[in-house]
Write a protein that binds this ligand. Structure first.
Ligand code: ATR
Length: 271
């Protein structure tokens, strides 16, 4: 019986067990997906033991997404570029394979809910430069955006992304964040602002043209004030829950042998 799980510290808040559990049940697959609370100092030991315990793979979440790269035997190019992994595959030869599917999930979510979106038509504007933003930047560049504008409260993190991701990246000052929305085809909130219990994102959206695709990585609440405001300006909006759902599909398929669907039934099961 294949077993997979999600490794984090803490882990109680993770929605991944509900997500994978729903798919296992829906497709009648004999398998398990369990939450695994693992302290940082125990990560290496736990990873070594997991394949011997019947695990076929795992998702990795905070605070292990970066440190797991040094413990894996094979790291995909995109995980290396992003500097973090969220999906592990324990291969039959004993090797640990680490990948990052967050960027895939980000793009798949937009494509599902805004099929007319053409990223190559103009600049993308990314607000935030944390771990999640790095996956978003990588996937937008791969999708052919002609220019990737980025701003962050702590400017140096945005500069670092420019240094690593190349010439298409243009850094805007946090105080001038509103300016980077001019002419943008895509705008993304990749900060944690707007999340329940946190202040809302306060970037002026006056320069946002109607028809722009606006998406948020925050999904608690589903309708952030950023998305509400963007919608009021005539933007096409896509909430952040679908990114969580879609990033899980490559792992599930590898571990359990069935390509799972992302639909409203799953959204209701996970919320
Ligand atoms: P994640 O992996 O979710 O991206 P992170 O790496 O801690 O988590 O990044 C959080 C992002 O939200 C960062 O862009 C952070 O800005 P800083 O780099 O300046 O910390 C942003 N963020 C969080 N709280 C913020 C706030 N109150 N104002 C502005 N930006 C904030």
């Amino acid at each position: 019986v294949p077993i997979a799980g999600v490794i984090g510290w803490p882990i109680a808040h993770s929605r991944s067990p509900r997500l994978h559990g729903h798919w296992l049940q829906r497709y009648g697959i004999t398998g398990h997906y369990v939450p695994l609370p693992v302290m940082p100092e125990h990560l290496a030991e736990v990873l070594r033991a997991m394949p011997r315990m019947g695990f076929v793979g795992a998702n990795v979440t905070i605070p292990h997404k970066e440190s797991v790269l040094a413990l894996a035997d094979v790291v995909t190019d995109r995980a290396a570029l992003i500097g973090a992994a969220n999906t592990l595959i324990f291969r039959p030869d004993g090797k640990i394979h680490a990948d990052n599917t967050d960027g895939y999930g980000f793009i798949a979510n937009i494509r599902q809910h805004a099929p007319d979106w053409i990223p190559g038509l103009g600049p993308a504007a990314v607000i935030g430069a944390g771990g999640a933003a790095r996956a978003v930047v990588a996937s937008l560049l791969e999708s052919g955006v002609p220019e990737l504008r980025i701003t962050n409260r702590t400017r140096i993190r945005a500069e670092q992304i420019k240094a690593e991701f190349g010439a298409k990246v243009v850094v805007y000052d946090w105080a001038q964040a509103g300016n980077m929305l001019e002419g943008a085809v895509t705008v993304v909130n990749a900060t944690s602002m707007g999340m329940e219990g946190k202040p809302p994102l306060r970037v002026p959206l006056d320069a946002l043209a109607s028809g722009t695709l606006a998406t948020d990585l925050v999904y608690t609440p589903l309708m952030t004030s950023f998305l509400q405001e963007a919608q009021a300006r005539g933007c096409k909006i896509v909430d952040g829950l679908g990114m969580l759902l879609h990033q899980a599909t490559p792992g599930f398929e590898r571990w359990f042998g069935h390509r799972p669907e992302v639909d409203d039934e799953l959204r209701r099961a996970v919320l």
